[in-house]
Design a binder for this molecule. Structure first.
Ligand SMILES: Cc1cc2nc3c(=O)[nH]c(=O)nc-3n(C[C@H](O)[C@H](O)[C@H](O)COP(=O)(O)OP(=O)(O)OC[C@H]3O[C@@H](n4cnc5c(N)ncnc54)[C@H](O)[C@@H]3O)c2cc1C
Length: 326
């Protein structure tokens, strides 16, 4: 029995701000995009309550509500939004092959990758509890720091991003306690010096988190221990920030696309192009610097425009977007 293969002009992988923005632009450009949502429909923002920094929402909006609106906007222009996880790709030939849930095969003229990145957490039960409750655990200081103005917070991490986030928080919060597992920073000297020279940042070296403390609803403090002396103490805090890195969701592309050492897709600077013709990238999957919904949306727009121009230059003639062949 021959397998049914679907042919698609523009396939979008991922349903965060990048994927839906790409879908809006691609649909309005008559590219009949098909978008696969993956395991987290709506992406990272579905794990947060208030989004206050996305332009156009003067009163703020919850992350899940914002993502429903983006989906509706894409569907209004007939973007085909589907459930499904892309498990395998083959970008070795002229036709880009993609498999959904290891079974369905799709042949695509263009592919827009918007698979995002996942913040790493410590994995403590108490951390996950308050993360799920939206009660004071965050992996994004730029997103959530504002909610802790004039309060005391704790941040975990030792790299450049952790230093940058600690410094950002120090401008908003009364006090920032930084927990560094080793006896030195991993960050560059200049970033470490900046943190060390900030009066309201206290750095505790050789210090790890034992438990995030709370009242059942919100964080009230952090129990820490010195990994050299095993001495324990509690730090009062209303916010617990985790800045130990992100993992881009790009494993399935590694045999075909250029990735950096962390796994972020390398794009041609100033564009959404990857090293493979017809394959474009948007959002956090290629962005270890900004990691914001608005920048993801912006690069989603770029990817759709780049894909449209690439198709136009090829003068591809597709009869119908989702025609079945074989
Ligand atoms: C708790 C939290 C709060 C935040 N708050 C803010 C905020 O207030 N303001 C702000 O601007 N930013 C905020 N951010 C950052 C923001 O969420 C991200 O920058 C943004 O969501 C990135 O968008 P994206 O489209 O690149 O990817 P994501 O939102 O990460 O979405 C990735 C999508 O790809 C899909 N996917 C992954 N792999 C596959 C696959 N193999 N097949 C199919 N689909 C796949 C997933 O299911 C998901 O739908 C926050 C992040 C977190 C974690």
């Amino acid at each position: 029995m021959s397998e049914t293969i679907e042919k698609v002009k523009c396939l979008i992988i991922g349903s965060g701000p990048a994927g839906y923005t790409a879908a809006i632009y691609a649909a309005r450009a008559n590219m009949s995009p098909v978008l696969y949502q993956g395991a987290q429909p709506g992406g990272q923002l579905t794990t947060t309550n208030e989004v206050e920094n996305f332009p156009g929402y003067p009163e703020g909006i919850t992350g899940p509500e914002m993502m429903i609106q983006l989906q509706k906007q894409a569907e209004r222009f007939e973007a085909d939004v589907r459930d499904g996880w892309i498990t395998k790709v083959d970008f070795s030939g002229d036709v880009h092959k993609v498999w959904v849930n290891d079974t369905k095969e799709i042949h695509c003229d263009t592919v827009i990758i918007s698979t995002g990145a996942s913040a790493k957490y410590l994995g403590l039960e108490s951390e996950q509890k308050y993360l799920k409750l939206g009660g004071g655990v965050s992996a994004c200081a730029v997103c959530d720091g504002f909610f802790y103005r004039n309060q005391e917070v704790v941040i975990v991490g030792a790299g450049d991003s952790a230093c940058e986030e600690a410094h950002y928080l120090s401008k908003l919060c009364k006090k920032v306690t930084m927990l560094v597992r080793r006896d030195e920073f991993r960050a560059s000297k200049i970033m470490a010096e900046r943190v060390k020279n900030t009066p309201n940042i206290e750095i505790l070296f050789n210090t790890e988190t034992e438990e995030v403390l709370g009242d059942g609803q919100v964080v009230t403090g952090v129990k820490v221990f010195n990994n050299q002396t095993d001495e324990k103490h509690e730090i009062p805090a209303t916010g617990f920030f985790v800045a130990i890195g992100h993992k881009p969701n790009t494993d399935i592309f590694k045999d075909y696309l250029d990735l950096d050492e962390t796994g972020y897709i390398i794009n041609v600077p100033g564009t959404s192009k990857t090293n493979v013709e017809g394959v474009f990238v948007s959002g956090d999957a290629a962005d270890h610097v900004y990691r914001q919904a608005i920048t993801a949306a912006g690069t989603g727009c770029m990817a759709a425009l780049d894909a449209e121009r690439w198709l136009a230059a090829k003068d591809t003639t597709f009869e119908v977007n989702t025609s079945i062949y074989n």
